[in-house]
Design a protein around this ligand. Sequence first.
Ligand SMILES: [Fe+2]
Ligand SMILES: [Fe+2]
Length: 307
Amino acid sequence: MIAPVGTAEATSEKNADVFLPEHVRSRLLQNQSIQMLPWLAVKAVKMAEDPDCSMNEFTAIVERDVSLVSGILSLANSVFYSSGKPLANVRQAVIRLGVRTCRNLILSSCITSLMSRMSMKQEWIRETLARHGFFTAVLAQNLNRALSAGFDGEEFTAGLVHDIGRTLLASCYVDEFLEFDSMEFTEDADYLDREASILGTTHAHVGAWYATNSGLPESLIAVVRYHHRPTDTEANRRLVALIAVADHMANYAQRFENANDYDFSSNPYVSILEETGVNCAPLMEPGVAAQHLELAEDAVAKMSSLK
Ligand SMILES: [Fe+2]
Ligand SMILES: [Fe+2]
């Protein structure tokens, strides 16, 4: 049982704004299976954020890491992207996939490898959280396209990482994790308060601490930190709200509820997204919600079959 925390001494690493109680911070730092993302991957992700990023510079960074090279080559030659002619050259593979897709792949493979290194008592927790991240990412990508929300790939990455704090906590609190995260995906308004009353902090803060200290871009840190409360941030609110909308849908799917019964008017984050200037009226058309959920289910099934 984790003791409730009262006025824990708060501390932070690089970002003075992200506070964790000392007992949580030391638990994270002591866990041998947790490492910050490799600097090369963070550099590649940051380069891909830059609209003037040169293909040659990006390729040169990727070529320095054999696992990045093999991941990009195998995706470029996979059924999703290959027209039949196999590529063995990284630069051609980057051109075929595009810098943004490579960025998503790099971050995705780093997070997957981080998760696979983490020791967990129950394998199903790791699998379920990985599926939830990917499901949210695909929904965010499709919603961004359908609503012309103006993002160019960062919404996928943001969906993927939004609950990284839960994965970290599942690894550090092997015996106690299910006491503060039931993994039932029923995330009501009191969800974070309940977590905080037991742990003294939330998965959103733990994830933001990790994202900050791994050097991830500000927009991703904002998503990790505020995806349950998008109105708590001014900066990046549109991206945070988009992920909150997708997360709500992914939670619904995770509860194995019928896609045809999903109702966007039950999603409290749609109005917040609308306030950022995105016209969400198309979502209210009959059948649209089910269509988004089914497309995401298909993508998750395809990804699982590639493993
Ligand atoms: Fe969350
Ligand atoms: Fe989530």
